[in-house]
Design a protein around this ligand. Sequence first.
Ligand code: GLC
Length: 441
Amino acid sequence: MKKITATIAIILASIFMLHAQGYVPSEENLRNRKEFSEARFGIFIHWGIYSMLGDGEWAMHNLPMTFEEYSHLAAGFYPSRFDAKEWVRLFKEAGAKYMTITSRHHDGFSMFATKASPYNIVDATPFRRDVLKELSEACAEEGLKLNFYYSHLDWSRNDYYPRGNTGRAAGRPEEGDWNSYLRFMNAQLTELLTNYGPIGCIWFDGVWDKGGSHEEIEKTWKLSEQYRMIHSIQPGVLIGNNHHLGVFEGEDMQMFEQDLPGQNTAGHSANSVVSETLPLETCVTMNGNWGYQVRDKAYKSVSDLIRLLVKAASNNANLLLNIGPRPDGTIPEEAAQRLKAMGKWLEKYGETIYGTTGGFMKEQSWGVTTRKDNRLYIHVLNPSETILVPFSGSRLLSAVNFDDGSKVRFTQLPEGIVLTLPERQEGQTDQIITLTFRQLQ
Ligand code: GLC
């Protein structure tokens, strides 16, 4: 009897210790975090049956439409021109290292083969193809990492109850079993992590629908339990959550929506970067919408997009640049052209972006910096003749114009390095000077 009690005590103590120890990322996870941070550029895809309405991914809520009406879109969804390989090739040509696609958005429609609900692209549309499967195969073939966006929020299910602040006009009964909803999500996440090969990241969104403090969110959504389950299936997968509240236990990265890290102009992000070591990612729309919006031609220029990418890198963050494909499966030309132009730029200047970290200083009047090994890349975004780089950490060996390798005049002073910039190419977005130091810590 004594022996049994002691054994139980030991078991209980180890369970307690495991719990108290909290989340310890696996070796593989740590490697993936590093690889993810080095990638610096990914493509975000918002695509679902809402694309047919040409009014963004919130169309069901905004119109508003009942679920009954909205769900009829599914039977008309036939993206006849969808070609996974073509997409993946375009993203590679853009210089992106990964793509993150909506596996299921707030409308509740699953864009993959799922046994957890018949409301999915294989069972509810005449298309009957699992586009995530096709993308996972194309990504594996072309060497692009695949990530899944997954909405915690749902406007279609009765068991998403108690309701949150959105999707209220869907026409659902005022009752439902929340635990059944949690089980449904975990069943889907298990499928996503089992049937599509190694996934780079699960990108959550939507817990803000029910509001609440950090503790309340954790309790309602049982996040640590869900995260533990995810990491037990794929320990290497990164978990990120767009809850706008920094980072919760079990998450592997911090995300910023429509803002650079530490800024919160759009009101969707935590104000501060909460960890020095976790990977950061800034997601941004290419025009003003995530999902396909037929009237939205307010595309950012190539120059704006390059500036964003460079600024993200100088903030230690990846840029996750969004496009909304059309209902026929094609990518709007405006988006494709911009992606190709970014790819051209990255082909030439990628060395100053991929695998870099931010370079010692915040944004200056002339621009920003990135660094790698003993090199500091000076990105002059605002045309200038002479600039002061406020860094005096080590002896500067050389300053070189990235474009042609020619020497750039410099003086190293106690307050920093003064550079006399060479003539700028007509219309150049980013004039880059490479500073090589004897040693950089
Ligand atoms: C917001 C929106 C959502 C979009 C996401 C992307 O949370 O609700 O539609 O998918 O931002 O960051």
